[in-house]
Structure formats: C-alpha cells, structure tokens
Design a protein around this ligand. Structure first.
Ligand code: IPM
Ligand code: MN
Length: 352
C-alpha cells in the first residue's frame, strides 16, 4: 500500500529520533512491499525560528492530507513565552485539538531482556504490561488561563461527553487485553474528578460489566504504579494526571526514552509521537535514545494503517537490539553507551 506520512521532527532531539523512526519505516516498506511517502513540515520552535506560528496552516494542510502524523518533540528554552511570542508547546496542544485527538495511548512494557536496567527490582517488573489511555484534548491543559504579575489561574473543565468517549476507547481496549480497567482521579477534592468517577462508574456498569473495574486516587496510584505494577492492565485518566503518571511509569522500562505513544480521534490522521520531550541538553550530540520513536513508528503501522505484522516486526527488532545490549546512555553507563545512529542502524538491520 501507499503510506503517506506527515513528518514533524520539531525541536531538540526530535529530528534525531525521527530520522531513525523514518529509517525503520523505510526498511519495513522495502521488506513488505509498501510505498512510503514522507513529507516534512514545521512545528514548535522550529516553526518560530522560521518566522511562522508554532502551528503553521501549511503544516495542518499537509497533516490533513496524510494517513498519519509522525512527530518528534516540542519545546525550546529559547522560547519561554516571555518574548512576546507563543510558546512552542502551543503548537503541540493546537495540533492535538485541531484533529480532535482525545485518546492518547501510552504502553508501558518493560523489555524482558533489560529488566535489570530499571531502578525498580526485576521481580516487580516481570510480566508488567500496562496501557495508559490519557485524555488529551480537555482538562486543565485547555481551560481558560489568566496571568497577572502576582496572581494566576488555570481552569480545569470536563464534560460528561468528553469523559465518556475516552472511557469507551479505554474499555474497548481492555476487552481485547486482560479485561481490567483502572480509572484514576482525585474525586476526594476535584469537581471534575467527581464527575469523572460518576460517569465512569455508570458507563462501565451499564456497558462493560464484563470488565474488572478499579478506581484509584491519583496520589495512591502514583505509589501503586511502582509497588504493584503487574496488577495494572488498562489505566484511564485525565490529561494532567496522564502526563505526570506516564513519565513516572517510564521508570519501569528503564528510561523515558523508551516510551511510544499514539494520539487518536474519531477520524484520521492520528498523531504518533514518543512520550519524551525535546531534551535540549542532549540535542545535536547524537546520544539520545531513538527506541521510543521507533516504537512510535510501530504504533503508527498498527493503529493508523492496520499493519500488525509490520508493527510486530519493528517491535521485535527493538527487543533484539535490547537483548544484544546495544544501548544509549540513558539505559546504561557512559562506558557502554552507543550513539543514536549506531543504535538506529542496529534496530533497522534487525527488522525482518
Ligand atoms: C507530553 C508532553 C507535552 C504534554 C508537553 C510538551 C506540552 O509533556 O506529550 O507528555 O504535557 O502533553
Ligand atoms: Mn509529558
């Protein structure tokens, strides 16, 4: 098939990890007889540098005409919002909102071969397979913001409809997995969480009584994630809690650099991006971990194109690279660390 991808490398280490992800996609396309068409566009600080807005219309047009969007990372300390220009991150929030990408899938699956690379003891990690479904277009990220010199406010708002649609995505996925769903909120304090829990309890009781359901408060959940990670299957939560807890959960895999994500809405194009940020301190050094981006390419193959065999081929290549201990410095000591390009080449040549 023809695969048309809008490629938005973005800022910091974004271009370095995306180069590897695109090479992996090209290798898959060659092996499995697909035609890959990749077109690049600007977003974030890269767009600001070019004198454009963080989310130029030309970028939106390219994305709208593509099967999927592959994004690197957004953020640059040179633009803090105080320069009279918008923050680069507004481009990322804008593209999520524009395409209605309300469900952000973030799998947390520590690789068997490298359980020892996490600071968490291996016996806690064996068999961990968590799928976070983070609500991505609502909550405090998108509520009205006010800022005065010595006062500020962020509004957190959710409608029942917004909660229901992301819960359905999570519950449908739980049905295809181990049949358990954990909903995380702060219902003892926040009104939005009160509504979240009410809508969740009702929906799951009415439409998903086959699922095992657990409700956790976010503070307790943060602890349980490290204490009993194997107990979780699908975790569904609101935008801000999902942002924080997935960075925490990345520790189970050894590094934030390992995590992929898929942001999906009711229609295409979906947006596929690694969970990590632009890591300005690592940018341009050729040392960042490309595995999160490559696993993101696998999610793109699976969720945007329905190419399950190809997705598994990419995931297996990452696994075998890990087994051979071909690692970047975020996963191992500096003496054993290899560069982004070396790790990327190892992954690509392992794709079969
Ligand atoms: C993420 C990132 C973004 C977010 C930032 C860059 C706006 O941290 O995708 O997790 O907070 O959603
Ligand atoms: Mn984040």
């Amino acid at each position: 098939m023809q695969i048309k991808i809008a490629c938005l490398p973005g800022d910091g280490i974004g271009p370095e990890v995306i180069a590897v992800a695109v090479a992996a996609l090209q290798r898959v396309a060659d092996l499995y007889g697909h035609e890959l068409v990749v077109e690049e566009a600007l977003i974030g600080a890269a767009a600001l540098d070019a004198g454009a807005e963080p989310l130029p219309q030309t970028t939106l047009d390219l994305c709208a005409a593509s099967d999927a969007i592959l994004l690197g990372a957004i953020g640059d300390p040179r633009y803090s919002g105080a320069e009279g220009k918008p923050r680069p991150e507004s481009g990322l929030l804008g593209i999520r909102k524009h395409f209605g990408l309300f469900a952000n899938l973030r799998p947390i699956v520590p690789a068997q071969a490298v359980l020892d690379l996490s600071p968490i003891k291996p016996e806690y990690l064996a068999g961990v397979d968590i799928l976070f479904v983070r609500e991505l277009t609502g909550g405090i990220y998108f509520g009205a913001k006010e800022r005065e010199v010595d006062r500020a406010s962020d509004l957190c708002e959710y409608s029942a409809a917004e909660i229901q649609r992301v819960l359905r995505v999570a519950a449908d996925l739980a049905r295809k997995r181990r049949g358990k769903i954990t909903s995380i909120d702060k219902a003892n304090v926040m009104a939005t969480s009160g509504l979240w829990r009410e809508v969740c309890s009702r929906l799951l009781a009415e439409e998903y009584h086959d699922l095992e359901v657990e409700h956790l408060l976010v503070d307790a959940a943060a602890m349980h994630l490290l204490q009993r990670p194997r107990d979780f299957d699908v975790i569904v939560t609101e935008n801000l809690f999902g942002d924080v807890l997935t960075d925490e959960a990345s520790v189970l895999t050894g590094s934030l650099g390992m995590l992929p994500s898929a942001s999906l809405g009711a229609a295409k194009p979906g947006l596929f991006e690694p969970v990590h940020g632009s890591a300005p301190d690592l940018a341009g050094k050729g040392v960042c971990n490309p595995m999160g981006a490559v696993l993101t390419a696998a999610m793109l193959l699976r969720h945007a194109l329905g190419l399950e065999t190809e997705a598994v081929a990419v995931e297996k290549a990452v696994d075998s690279t890990l087994s051979k201990r071909i690692l970047t410095g975020d996963l191992c000591g500096p003496a054993d660390a290899l560069g982004t390009a070396q790790v990327g080449e190892a992954i690509c040549s392992a794709i079969a």
